[in-house]
Design a protein around this ligand. Structure first.
Ligand code: NAP
Ligand code: ZN
Ligand code: ZN
Length: 340
């Protein structure tokens, strides 16, 4: 099959990926093989390509927002049949034996495997995956190119939202308005939760208002107009934590979504932290992915994606890094239906 491989990390402008012919994988007894239709491009791919994250495997095929069709099923496979629509996201596998895996919290498993990092991912014609980590998509009405960009920011947004425990009638703060926050807003709206979005750029403030935020502005300049029940912080900016806590009522939760952050200092414990909780988003688990795709058809909001051909992958990653995509996200088209 054709695949883009990464052997040696380098700046994405230096085009470190190579389009080569590799052996087509076959499904083991408990695995499905997916013929890939589309794969969304994610900032994490750039972090792996450039060396911000260490290489776990070399060469490796990047890409973890995969949508395709099962074209081979191992003999022990029960959840999928050939021809089923299926997806693969960041969680590729875990040990299945530890206390976390046995309690549905595989996101904390020390042996977690991530797609397109520990294992080959979606910038190829086929991928194989243990069936229990593949995502059934037959019931999702959206097109594959609409589903792919949901596979990372959509699921992560849903996971961060769940950690807030926000309920109908609540007021939810959202700090930073990238693609992940966009999905949180859509989910909250569909549940009758008011959203208050703090972001700096006029473009994002406008975007949040358009998407249905009750209020959107730059909280560091104008202040959020009311106290909130909970909040999520998306950018890796530790200096947002104390202001967000001070905006949340006692009993509420502030969720930190980033995978890294600058220093977090809480100067006034009694006034701003006491009585509130801080939780962090740590990887994604199966229930996050399945829960998000159960509600996805009910969400009004769709985040736009620019489409690229398979050969244009590195151009898409360069444009994404430079913030020059026409739409907020990029999707790589790898094959089209109908199947031969
Ligand atoms: N924990 C996990 O397992 C996990 C999984 C998936 C994703 N994530 C995280 O989720 C986050 C969301 O990613 P994303 O791609 O949707 O959004 P993002 O690109 O990280 O940015 C969010 C928004 O925050 C604002 N921002 C950036 N720096 C800021 C700063 N210093 N102060 C205030 N605002 C700032 C920007 O808008 P303005 O310019 O308008 O301010 C930007 O649009 C990432 O941090 C990612 O690491 C975590
Ligand atoms: Zn991602
Ligand atoms: Zn485990």
């Amino acid at each position: 099959m054709k695949a883009w491989i990464l052997e040696k990390q380098a700046k994405i402008e230096e085009r470190p990926l190579q389009l080569v012919e590799v052996p087509t994988p076959h499904a083991q007894d408990h695995e499905v093989r997916i013929r890939i239709l589309v794969c969304g491009a994610c900032r994490t791919d750039i972090h792996i390509a450039e060396g911000d994250l260490p290489l776990k495997k070399s060469p490796v095929i990047l890409g973890h927002e995969i949508v395709g069709v099962v074209d081979e099923a191992g003999k022990d496979v029960k959840r999928f049949s050939v021809g089923d629509k299926a997806g693969v996201y960041w969680l590729y596998g875990s040990c299945k034996r530890c206390k976390y895996c046995l309690s549905g919290r595989e996101n904390f498993c020390s042996q977690i495997k991530c797609t397109g990092w520990h294992t080959h991912g979606g910038y190829a014609e086929y991928v194989t995956i243990p069936e229990e980590y593949a995502l059934p998509l037959n019931d999702v009405r959206l097109e594959p190119s609409e589903i792919a960009p949901l596979m990372c920011p959509g699921i992560a947004g849903y996971a961060a939202f769940k950690l807030t425990e926000a309920q109908e009638g609540d007021k939810l703060g959202i700090y930073g308005f990238g693609p992940t926050a966009y999905f949180v807003l859509g989910i909250a709206k569909s549940m009758g939760i008011e959203t208050y979005v703090s972001t700096r750029s006029p473009k994002n403030i406008e975007g949040a208002k358009k998407a249905g935020a009750k209020w959107a502005g730059d909280a560091s300049k104008e202040g959020v107009p009311c106290q909130l029940d909970s909040a999520i912080i998306f950018p890796p900016a530790g200096n947002l934590v104390e202001p967000a806590l001070s905006q949340v009522e006692r009993g509420g939760t502030v969720v930190l979504a980033p995978v890294s952050a600058s220093s977090i200092v809480i100067e006034n414990y009694s006034k701003n932290l006491w009585g509130r909780s801080i939780r962090t988003l740590y990887n994604l688990n199966k229930s996050d992915a399945e829960g998000f795709f159960e509600i996805v058809d009910k969400l009004e909001s769709r985040v736009g994606a620019s489409l690229f051909s398979f050969e244009e992958l590195q151009d898409a990653l360069i444009l994404a890094k430079e913030g020059k995509l026409e739409q907020p996200l990029a999707v790589i088209e790898i094959a089209s239906l109908p199947l031969q």
